[in-house]
Design a protein around this ligand. Sequence first.
Ligand SMILES: NC(=O)c1ccc[n+]([C@@H]2O[C@H](COP(=O)([O-])OP(=O)(O)OC[C@H]3O[C@@H](n4cnc5c(N)ncnc54)[C@H](O)[C@@H]3O)[C@@H](O)[C@H]2O)c1
Length: 390
Amino acid sequence: MSASLARPRVGVWLIGARGSVATTVVTGCAAITAGLHPPTGMVTETPAFTDSALPALSGLVFGGHDTLDCPLPKRAETLTASGVLPPGIATAVAAELAATDREIRPGGPTPGDTRTEAELITAFADDMTDFIRRHELERAVVVNVASTEPASQGPGAPLPVSTLYALAALRAGCPYVNFTPSEGMHHPVAAREAERSGLPYAGRDGKTGQTLLRAVLGPMFAQRALTVRAWSGTNLLGGGDGAALADPAAAAAKNAGKERVLSDTLGTVPEGEVHIDEVPALGDWKTAWDHIAFDGFLGTRMILQTIWQGCDSALAAPLVLDLARLTARAHEAGLTGPLGELGFYFKDPVGAGPAALGEQYAALTGFAERLAAANPDAPAPRPGPDEETR
Ligand SMILES: NC(=O)c1ccc[n+]([C@@H]2O[C@H](COP(=O)([O-])OP(=O)(O)OC[C@H]3O[C@@H](n4cnc5c(N)ncnc54)[C@H](O)[C@@H]3O)[C@@H](O)[C@H]2O)c1
């Protein structure tokens, strides 16, 4: 653990706080803090970050919004039964789960909700500021881990709900992370407000499985001067994410990020598509199959196939914790705007940055050094509580 143990408490406000990823984040943070498990998968717990003055895991306080009302301890029980959480952990951290459950506020809009966009933004922002005030937090990071939305309808359409939450985060003076493919801060209205607010933000869509492999293999083909002719992929998954992605419009938002990694690393768009099939029996366990047809010397035709079998929430949770810590620290250090150096974590990163995983890791460790060099007491810009966001 880093030397940041005594540092002040930082809030993590999860949009989609009762989902699989959020429940695994809260359970995992409590289990690691209690010494029940090592921080496997958390890049911020490796030596490269020791001097970055990141908030301690023991100092993170969780809350959030959700449109469901299933209690968090119950969600953790279900995740234990399906093998996502190891036996005994949810019981061991029952007090922390119950404490977070008390900090989850109703999200929106729920069916029949008559509130306007402006009213929803105000309600969400009020919940966030109330959380910060009651817990006397130094700051809070808003992290979107809610169900994936269908792709935006374009100009003139109602603002996506993820964008209402992003605007609420800005209104509350909170840095923001979008772990989903939903539009969030990518919407032009929010992007403009983010620029005015001077708050740091990161996104979008966590890179945890198939796309992580693509960010490694794409550069390999390019660097070895092998010609990729076609790259096809299929994903089988269940759980809430599988159900949301059964909607072709939601899957389109996800697949755009997966394909972007290939065009950015190969420099061309190979033939082939990505499909996502919902298989409820698999729950949180995802199988991702990639089939890559490539040409070698003298045009010799070859094939690489990969099969990734991962547990989605166990892959995502350590990254969410990393991102919350890094973004909170970036805010403390006075960094503003899109945090392109966090592209290592995302399928469709904000800002400018490399697409190959190795280069993204180098950018991330450079960021760690930048945070280490920044004065932890430097004042960070925050908008006033009444600043208009629309
Ligand atoms: N490896 C991964 O797990 C991974 C990787 C990249 C991205 N993601 C993204 O993370 C998100 C969460 O995944 P999950 O498996 O936890 O899904 P999930 O279905 O278990 O959880 C989503 C939660 O969002 C809530 N929600 C829906 N609409 C809401 C609203 N308007 N306001 C507040 N809450 C709302 C739902 O009630 C649910 O509790 C998805 O968008 C997914 O695409 C996950």
